[in-house]
Design a binder for this molecule. Structure first.
Ligand SMILES: Nc1nc2c(ncn2[C@@H]2O[C@H](COP(=O)(O)OP(=O)(O)OP(=O)(O)O)[C@@H](O)[C@H]2O)c(=O)[nH]1
Ligand SMILES: [Mg+2]
Length: 434
């Protein structure tokens, strides 16, 4: 028995932690989509713990291909059944994706609930979602993924109400017909679109402000760095997918220079594509940013592999030429010299910091200031008073540093990117004074 704190509502309820057994089947690369598909039971174990379960045993198998009815072969299935009985586990979690029929067959054979990695991740997202946008996005992903699996979920719900993987769309919806679910998904999409258009208005109002977005593998320390740099109070926890929403804060470097920093949802290898689809709105923040700050946990087992997984998700959402700054974090946990020697050549310009050390946070802040300087200049322009409205976007972001009128002319000192400077000169009839 364990205690799970319900952080959002501030009360604690005792929920029995589920006892889980993990199964990983190693398949040739062709079966796993080419990259990162190999079983990783350590990470799966962390996912189970994050979802509120304890891992009591695990089993791995190497196979040329999955066995259609039960994914694993019959001999291995007997072994697994023994392991489940020995440990008293009530949940079996597969690192591989199962078809609805395979899940059903396994549940029957093992007399325990069976979840695959995607269902587990969806469950964690459902537990951690707190804002309206995150809840809508998770529900949409759940419906998309669970729709073909409803029959199985239904029997699962009857047996296991309250456990891991039961935060599906709810019984009442399961009883209704498919058309109703389709209608619900359409409504979720509509609501998400509404939120997205509000967000775009906000983005327009910060037009011209340099924006950096923290990206990276889950638990890399993005929110820690965000809090260090901006003084924000973003939720930090040693668990996977602590952050599901995008938070944006203004960073004042000095009286004249400022930029925006965004923290957002972390990635994981083989991130279920329904989730990437559904979280497009949240990830839009990354797309809109001028710079991506790719945070890597230096202390993880295989940093390079995490970098590849993150890049793979990014491929689908941002243009290839989006500037990125690599930041190896948690350097306090590794042999710093050895690590830098190993990675600095492959990642020129990368930073090696610790989010727990104020010097590390400052180093990142300075690096961001440097990037800002590279794209923004402060200049003085002269503009006919009749074209004063051309400065409105700059006023909104506090980028007009000084403004004086001489007769019919306005002389303004502004902080602008090259693109904006050119716009003012070619389109608005401004003249560069200095
Ligand atoms: N030792 C050490 N721990 C760190 C460092 N940075 C972050 N952590 C810890 O790593 C864990 C994860 O940190 P978060 O900042 O929540 O990571 P995140 O990337 O925002 O994670 P998600 O929101 O779950 O994707 C927390 O327990 C932090 O205290 C660091 O530089 N050194
Ligand atoms: Mg976070």
């Amino acid at each position: 028995m364990g205690i799970r704190q319900n952080e959002q509502q501030g009360f604690s309820t005792e929920v029995p932690r589920q006892k889980a057994v993990l199964v990983g089947v190693h398949l040739p690369l062709a079966w796993s989509g080419g990259m990162g598909g190999d079983a990783d039971l350590a990470e799966l174990g962390r996912l189970v713990e994050t979802a509120g379960g304890d891992v009591l045993g695990q089993m791995e198998q190497r196979r040329a291909r999955p066995e259609p009815p039960t994914f694993i072969g019959s001999g291995k299935l007997d072994e697994l059944k023994e392991l489940v009985e020995e440990t008293g586990a009530d949940l079996v979690v597969f690192d591989n994706d199962l078809s609805p029929a395979q899940g059903r067959n396994l549940e029957k054979a093992l007399d325990a609930s069976v979840l695959d990695r995607t269902e587990l991740i969806l469950d964690i997202f459902a537990k951690h979602a707190s804002t309206k946008q995150a809840c809508l996005q998770v529900e949409l992903a759940q419906l998309q993924y669970l729709l073909p699996r409803l029959t199985r979920l239904w029997s699962h719900l009857e047996r296991q109400a309250g456990g891991i993987g039961t935060r599906g769309p709810g019984e009442t919806q399961l009883e209704t017909d498919r058309r109703l679910l389709d209608r619900r998904m359409a409504m979720l999409r509509r609501q998400l679109q509404e939120i997205e258009s509000t967000r775009q208005t906000q983005v327009r109002s910060r037009e011209g402000m340099f924006t950096a977005a923290l990206v990276g593998y889950t638990n890399a320390g993005k929110s820690t760095l965000m809090n260090g740099i901006t003084g924000a109070d973003v939720y930090v926890k040693d668990q996977l997918f602590a952050t599901l929403d995008a938070t944006t804060r203004r960073v004042e470097l000095d009286e004249r220079r400022r930029f925006l920093l965004t923290d957002t949802v972390g990635f994981i290898r083989r991130l279920p594509h329904h989730l990437v689809e559904s979280f497009k709105a949240t990830l839009q923040e990354v797309r809109d940013a001028d710079l991506m700050v790719h945070v890597v946990d230096a202390s993880c087992e295989d940093p390079e592999h995490q970098i590849l997984s993150v890049n793979k998700v990014l491929e689908d959402i941002v243009p290839r030429d989006k500037p990125a700054l690599m930041v190896f974090n948690k350097m306090d946990l590794v042999d710093a010299d050895l690590f830098e020697n190993r990675f600095s050549r492959a990642y020129p310009g990368a930073l090696f910091v610790s989010g727990k050390d104020p010097d590390g946070v400052n180093e990142l802040r300075e690096a961001l200031a440097g990037r800002l300087l590279a794209v923004e200049t402060i200049c003085t322009i002269e503009l006919p008073s009749s074209r004063l409205h051309a400065l409105s976007p700059l006023h909104r972001t506090g980028s007009v540093l000084d403004q004086q009128f001489e007769g019919d002319l306005c002389r303004a000192t502004v902080r602008v990117t090259d693109v904006e400077k050119n716009r003012l000169i070619t389109r608005e009839g401004a003249r560069l004074v200095e």
